[in-house]
Design a protein around this ligand. Structure first.
Ligand SMILES: *[C@@H]1O[C@H](CO)[C@@H](O)[C@H](O)[C@H]1NC(C)=O
Ligand SMILES: *[C@@H]1O[C@H](CO)[C@@H](O)[C@H](O)[C@H]1NC(C)=O
Ligand SMILES: *[C@@H]1O[C@H](CO)[C@@H](O)[C@H](O)[C@H]1NC(C)=O
Length: 532
């Protein structure tokens, strides 16, 4: 009835479409964090966090002296956040809970009922729109009282964090099915203490990053074990943490070993103890830190050891792998006399290595290099290192300096398309179990030291309007189309206009691997269909 040629043409169409379709279980959402959007910094009994204190005492450190006192005012405008998320058809919304909004002192002496109600109402409103809440328990808002007792460098924080976790599980475990304990531990421990530029504004790069590293893993594990014992039997949620994983590639063929060491330093220190079969610190880093510390004249490693019990306690405390992906870097040894300096997030004197951005990865206006292949390579590496675990991309996004685009964020739209293509290849070609993708961020936010000068939002926030009006950008239209189609094969109007459609389809580099890989699968499937 049909000619072979017609069948082949059909096959091409079918396979092309199939290749760009997301699996049924793959979920698409967007994220924010409490300090960056809520405002209401002292509203209704909220306690002070280290970021409240930092912005009020160090306004010269922040662009234009900005603060998060009001931010996007989500403490009052949260119904708008739910509305725009629902308009897009988001399957989940990742937000964080402010520790001192729930526990003003950080301790459980007093529970702030207004704070409890705020997140409870938000969760209910999301569920009413069929949007799953993904809740981050710590996105950098340490209560000042706990900071004054040493914060993450005090081993007692392990139990204090556990107490906090139990309070919020008790309030929300009946409705929350995905939890993230800690957001970007490497930023909390390495970035903050190496430079002292972030709250709590303490510069101590020798011991603090490593004490914090250990205690944050134990705190995470404590929260996980509390959930396991007291809540999982009844509620069956999944728990993990969101790591900021710098993807590191060797600059030359001679830097392969160094690249592995670099990854263990920047990723393994926060992942290996939880996700590896052996547990504990990555062996290569344990060795490096001991040698380096002895060389400095210390009598033991600055990387505090885990006891056998601690290794077992931390190991396996995650139900999936959460990854915030932004940056791919190339690593090479420092030349004689060259200062390795501080990397994007972490220290590197121990490695004596330099990180550089890949050539061609610069996109005008982007604060980070754009290198879509990096996310696919990193996802494969996680599978290779930690086995066939489900991976949730908990953040990925495109930030630019203010006034560059207004609402027509063409480069961010292209960014999402190109990164999602790589995620799809990871799922379909590399057989990596990626279960979801989170766009950072749902709305423009207070971007820490950059104040309001860097925009990540797929919705613009009018920070001069008393209501902080939210308006969708082109990237929000595009992602809404992708969610509706469950595919990257979306009509031109999703790019809003023809000019944008053409640009978005061209991509950053022609002839990239991804296109070849997609074509290869198509040809293979066509060949199978013809032969059968
Ligand atoms: C790698 O090292 C070898 C031996 O030192 C050297 O000859 C070669 O030029 C290096 N390759 C690169 C790309 O730097
Ligand atoms: C993909 O991974 C799953 C889980 O490990 C495995 O069962 C399956 O055989 C793999 N598929 C392919 C095509 O490699
Ligand atoms: C702000 O929002 C409130 C409540 O939706 C509305 O009544 C008010 O008119 C808005 N204010 C402005 C200036 O748009």
């Amino acid at each position: 009835m049909f000619s072979r040629r017609t069948l082949v043409l059909c096959a091409i169409l079918v396979t092309c479409r199939a290749d760009l379709t997301f699996p049924e279980h793959f979920k698409l959402g967007a994220a924010t964090s409490s300090y960056q959007i809520e405002g209401g910094w002292n509203a209704d009994g909220k306690g002070e966090s280290i970021w409240d204190r930092f912005v009020h005492e160090n306004s010269a450190d922040i662009k234009s002296g900005a603060t998060g006192d009001v931010a996007a005012d989500s403490y009052h405008q949260w119904r708008e956040d739910v509305r725009i998320a629902a308009n897009m058809g988001l399957q989940f919304y990742r937000f964080s809970i402010s520790w001192p909004r729930i526990l003003p002192t950080g301790f459980t002496d007093k529970i702030n009922q207004a704070g409890v109600k705020y997140y409870s109402d938000l969760i209910d409103a999301l569920l009413a729109e069929d949007i799953q809440p993904i809740v981050t328990m710590y996105h950098w808002e340490m209560p000042v009282k706990i900071q004054d007792l040493g914060g993450w460098t005090n081993p007692l924080i392990v139990n204090w964090f556990g107490d906090y976790a139990r309070v919020i599980f008790s309030q929300y475990a009946d409705r929350v099915k995905t939890w993230l304990t800690i957001n970007e531990a490497i930023a909390i421990c390495d970035l903050a203490f190496n430079k002292g530029h972030y709250a709590p504004k303490i510069k101590e790069p020798e011991f603090a990053p490593f004490l914090c590293n250990k205690h944050i893993l134990l705190a995470h594990a404590t929260a996980y074990r509390i959930y396991d014992r007291e809540f999982r039997p009844k509620y069956k949620a999944r728990i993990s943490l969101a790591n900021f994983d710098l993807w590191i590639k060797p600059a030359t063929e001679n830097d392969t070993e160094l690249a592995d060491l670099g990854r263990q330093h920047a990723i393994g220190r926060y992942s290996y103890p939880i996700f590896s079969k052996q547990g504990g610190w990555p062996p290569s880093i344990e060795k490096l830190m001991l040698q380096y510390s002895l060389g400095q004249g210390y009598q033991y490693s600055r990387l505090p050891p885990f006891t056998k019990d601690e290794i077992e306690f931390v190991k396996g405390t995650a139900d999936f792998y959460g990854i915030n992906h932004y940056i791919t870097s190339l690593i090479r040894s420092a030349k004689p006399g060259e200062d390795p300096g501080i990397w994007v997030l972490t220290g590197s004197p121990e490695l004596n290595a330099i990180l550089e951005f890949p050539t061609n990865s610069k996109v005008a206006n982007s604060i980070f290099p754009v290198y879509p292949e990096g996310i696919r390579q990193q996802l494969s590496w996680i599978k290779q290192e930690y086995g066939d675990i489900d991976i949730l991309i908990t953040e990925n996004g495109f930030g630019y300096s203010t006034n560059d685009y207004e609402l027509n964020d063409v480069d961010r739209t292209k960014f999402f398309k190109e990164y999602l293509e790589q995620v799809l290849l990871s799922i379909k070609v590399d057989n990596v179990s990626v279960i979801g993708y989170t766009a950072w961020s749902l709305i423009d936010t207070f971007e820490w030291l950059d104040g309001y000068t860097i925009k990540f939002g797929i919705h613009e926030v009018d920070f001069s309007h008393p209501n902080r009006t939210r308006t969708p950008r082109t990237s929000a239209h595009y992602l809404a189309c992708v969610i509706r189609a469950r595919s990257l094969d979306v009509p031109d109007h999703c790019y809003k206009d023809k000019y944008l459609a053409d640009r978005a389809r061209i991509g950053y580099r022609s002839g990239s691997h991804k296109i070849q890989a997609v074509l290869f699968i198509n040809i293979l499937l066509i060949a199978i269909i013809i032969c059968v």
